[in-house]
Design a protein around this ligand. Structure first.
Ligand SMILES: Cc1ncc(COP(=O)(O)O)c(C=O)c1O
Length: 405
């Protein structure tokens, strides 16, 4: 074939249509500016600034020395799945079998597996907004349709069961949410979960994917799962993982607990895509789940005090409306009071995307626009950083916003 006959190489339509992860994009912009020598405070990424607890790292080292360097079963080492089964029994009195657990390369892969396993093109997924940015991206990636249910700071970013019910159709496959929530930090309490379950009982074809990755980072001192409510276990898949509560983001360990037919389907997909998660990491995770949670509790104490600090500082800024997150390590202020204003440097802030870029370029603070999370009035700030950086960032934000008129 002559060179002229070769068609221009193109990536797939899927990739062309796909949006880059907004959080990763913002973090990479912040890194670029840092590399140019600018002093950027990065409040855009979602990972604890703590190190993995010592006993978990030691367990990984021991596992390496013991020869845990080979492939594991696709759905995870029995030892880790047993630790997950024990945890779920201990915490919620829920009895799962080993075959109902699937360990994956991060909870993000768990979300992907579930969407691939359960959704056909044209199926619908209810996403109460604000939602974790990857839900929307992954649902679309598999050809299904996100049905976004809006909420606002006035409802503490929680959608009523009635609003969710109005979004249910015959094509609805499941509802997907995180509690504690990324990005709002809102936590669904028992009463709210009961009300959601009561509504869902009227719609038996709708499953629930309950992402509980921030389970431990919860300032209400109690985490509830909808799976433990009457009649819900057989139609719920819990997603959880080691990343947030154990400061193990780089280890890539997530898992699901749910009906065996779903676990089997996820295992089949994972078997073609990645196989099992890292062997020695799984051994260490089993230790982490079963051992004393002292380091996690210390971390949560620090997050709580930082949350109080950032709330106090942001509340002093005139047109910001500040929520009071009960979990995770994000705050999601409503910045719409500044929309339509222009800075002395000529920066016109029309929406949350502009606000996020304005704060990066003028205050040198990176945040993520709420647009990516399905809420165009807010921006997300992660307070998984030191008190000093939180204070500095809040001051820079206050100064930059004061130039908008
Ligand atoms: C709500 C939510 N679910 C899942 C994940 C992914 O976790 P992992 O790092 O285990 O893939 C994140 C990470 O930011 C998250 O915020």
């Amino acid at each position: 074939m002559k060179e002229s006959q070769l068609s221009t190489p193109t990536v797939s339509k899927l990739v062309r249509d796909m949006e880059e992860s907004a959080t990763l994009k913002m973090a990479s912009m912040a890194r670029e500016l840092k590399a140019q020598g600018l002093d950027i405070i990065d409040l855009s990424l979602g990972e604890p600034d703590f190190d993995t607890p010592h006993h978990i790292k030691e367990a990984a080292k021991i596992a390496l020395d013991e020869g845990y360097t080979k492939y594991t079963p696709v759905n995870g080492l029995v030892e880790l799945r047993q630790a997950i089964v024990d945890k779920l029994a201990r915490e919620y009195n829920l009895q799962y079998s080993l075959n109902e657990i699937v360990v994956s390369n991060g909870a993000k892969q768990s979300v992907y597996n579930l969407c691939r396993a359960l959704l056909d093109p044209g199926d619908e997924v209810i996403l109460p907004a604000p939602y974790w940015v990857s839900y929307d991206g992954i649902v679309k990636m598999v050809g299904a349709t996100p049905v976004v249910i809006p909420s606002s700071i006035d409802d503490d970013f929680k959608c009523s069961p009635e609003a969710i019910e109005a979004g249910i159709t015959e094509r609805t496959k499941f509802i997907l949410y995180s509690s504690p929530c990324n990005p709002s930090g809102s936590v669904l309490n028992l009463e709210e979960l009961e009300a959601l379950a009561a509504m869902l009982r009227r719609h038996p074809h709708v499953y629930v994917i309950s992402d509980e990755i921030y389970q431990h980072i919860n300032f209400t001192n109690h985490h509830y799962t909808i799976a433990a409510l009457e009649g819900m276990k057989d139609r719920t898949v819990i997603i959880n993982g080691m990343a947030k509560g154990y400061a193990m983001t780089g280890w890539r360990l997530g898992y699901t607990a749910g009906p065996e037919w779903i676990a089997k389907a996820c295992t089949k997909i994972q078997g073609q895509v990645t196989s099992g998660a890292t062997s020695f990491g799984q051994k260490a995770a089993a230790v982490g789940l079963a051992a004393d949670h002292g380091p996690t509790h210390d971390m949560v104490k620090a997050f709580k005090s930082r949350r109080d600090l950032i709330i106090r500082l942001l509340e002093e800024i005139p047109l910001l409306r500040v929520n009071r997150p009960q979990g995770a390590f994000y705050i999601f202020p409503d910045v719409s009071g500044y929309f339509g204003k222009t800075s002395a440097t000529g920066y016109h802030v029309k929406d949350a995307d502009d606000m996020s870029l304005f704060l990066l370029s003028e205050a040198h603070v990176s945040t993520v626009s709420g647009v990516a999370f399905g809420n165009p009035d807010c921006i997300r700030l992660s307070y998984a950083t030191s008190d000093a950086k939180i204070k500095d960032a809040a001051q820079r934000i206050a100064e930059a916003l004061s130039t908008l008129a």
